[in-house]
Ligand binder design. Sequence first.
Ligand SMILES: C[S@@+](CC[C@H](N)C(=O)[O-])C[C@H]1O[C@@H](n2cnc3c(N)ncnc32)[C@H](O)[C@@H]1O
Ligand SMILES: [Zn+2]
Ligand SMILES: [Zn+2]
Ligand SMILES: [Zn+2]
Ligand SMILES: [Zn+2]
Length: 319
Amino acid sequence: MQKYAHERDDCHWCQLRHFPTDRKAPVTVMNDVDDQALPRGFRFINSGVLGDGVRPADESFRSGCACVDSTSCQFAGCQCLAELDEDNDSDDCSDGDEGGGHVPRKAYAYHMHGAKAGLLRSKLHNSKVPLYECHQGCSCAPDCPNRVVERGRTVPLQIFRTDDRGWGVRTQEALKKGQFVDRYFGEIITSAEADRRRDAAAVSQRKDVYLFALDKFTDPDSLDPRLRGPPLEVDGEFMSGPTRFINHSCDPNLRIFARVGDHADKHLHDLALFAIRDIQRGEELTFDYVDGVSQDPDDEQDGMTRCLCGSSKCRGYLW
Ligand SMILES: C[S@@+](CC[C@H](N)C(=O)[O-])C[C@H]1O[C@@H](n2cnc3c(N)ncnc32)[C@H](O)[C@@H]1O
Ligand SMILES: [Zn+2]
Ligand SMILES: [Zn+2]
Ligand SMILES: [Zn+2]
Ligand SMILES: [Zn+2]
């Protein structure tokens, strides 16, 4: 058996066999480029894994809305709705939700009616506002329309070997602009542990980075000590879902949003990926790892990774 041990370790189909994907949205792996398998020891997970020293909020700080009828969670009376302060000058009124040209201060983040129902409203696609959703602590039912991210991925994805950027991910179904794709899962670790892992990666000259900071609410003046920083980080290198294989593009078709369920857990907010344009079946999925923040070209340093996104808007380097 020893003789075949390496085959077992390199078998990415075995890793996926233990990943709870339903028949509607399976994850498949395809490599017609070289003989690489998924990274040895990599584990698929379906929710975040809390690292040492990372804790969710105490039960006594938890809260949720009291809506009994889930349709109420689309209206201002629901305590869970997102706060949106911007002017409404987009196409979002097309489904008649706003009853005029002005968006209320609190507004449901998704379209309510018609073909766009459940899709992220267009005016949010370029904004940096967090998405507030209903969650387990709410009185509404699991099919509440404001639980899009909580319900999880419904899109079948394929992890495939690219010619020049390692693994990538493509959608096996056409996606609509505003459609939720999946969360970026991983180990949620302290910033000290993230720094330690970054240093270890530099020493072993591994250049891939899978760390994303949960810094949406970080504020040195916050009354909540957990939000004063430095923020927790999500590491998808060793444990994650299929989104961990999504590559960067300077002109991406997805965007990453902070999503909050229970407000007491803002320090542990989700990272949720949504389509920001219509995407054809088979197209590679990409997001901008630094969300438009570009490095000063005069500040180019050794060891920065050259970006191979191939777009005409390419900024040249990943970081
Ligand atoms: C989150 S991972 C994406 C999956 C990765 N391709 C793999 O095989 O595991 C990020 C790493 O992928 C590579 N990568 C992603 N986007 C890239 C791009 N536009 N140009 C060059 N390398 C890229 C870099 O090595 C980066 O550190
Ligand atoms: Zn609800
Ligand atoms: Zn509600
Ligand atoms: Zn709620
Ligand atoms: Zn680029």
